[in-house]
Design a protein around this ligand. Structure first.
Ligand SMILES: [Zn+2]
Length: 163
């Protein structure tokens, strides 16, 4: 897997995050990319990038034209982004997956990279068992959010933030 970044954040730490959140990150074929971009874009039907500089942050994953997991964050909003509460999958009946508190910008990167890379894993292994698949209304987004929450807690333990 390749890592691409143009955000103001040390590449060494992005590599650490990528390897931590995705067990497949090292094993994935080279056509898989994790990209940290300081401007949001969509990929149109021709495989071209269509930019929108008004969107401050987001995460997307594309299976076309390449398998690409992207974390968007405008450099100007890095400082004030966190703390925030991220509400995963609000469509789920009973709202099983609750709001996740992202304390720092680092936690935002961990959560979003985990969520988007999980989509690449879903496409890479179409028969994998999805987390939350026993819940009514659950889907690939629930799986990606549950995976990301789990990785965030592992990260806090790994960094010694949780004892
Ligand atoms: Zn998603």
């Amino acid at each position: 897997m390749q890592l691409v970044s143009n955000i103001k954040y040390p590449t060494k730490r992005l590599v650490e995050i990528a390897n931590f959140v995705s067990p497949l990150a090292r094993r994935m074929p080279k056509k898989y990319t994790l990209e940290f971009s300081n401007v949001w874009f969509d990929i149109n039907g021709e495989g071209e990038r269509v930019y929108d500089e008004s969107i401050p942050w987001d995460g997307r994953a594309y299976s076309y034209p390449l398998n690409n997991a992207i974390v968007f964050i405008r450099d100007e909003v890095q400082e004030e982004l966190c703390p925030m509460i991220w509400w995963p999958n609000e469509k789920l009946p009973g709202h099983y997956v609750r709001g996740t508190y992202l304390k720092t910008f680092e936690e935002f990167l961990v959560y979003t990279a985990a969520h988007e890379l999980r989509h690449l894993e879903q496409w890479h292994n179409p028969r994998m068992k999805l987390l939350g698949s026993d819940l009514e209304g659950s889907d690939i987004e629930t799986d990606a959010d549950m995976y990301a929450i789990g990785k965030l807690f592992e990260w806090r333990r790994y960094k010694g933030y949780l004892k």
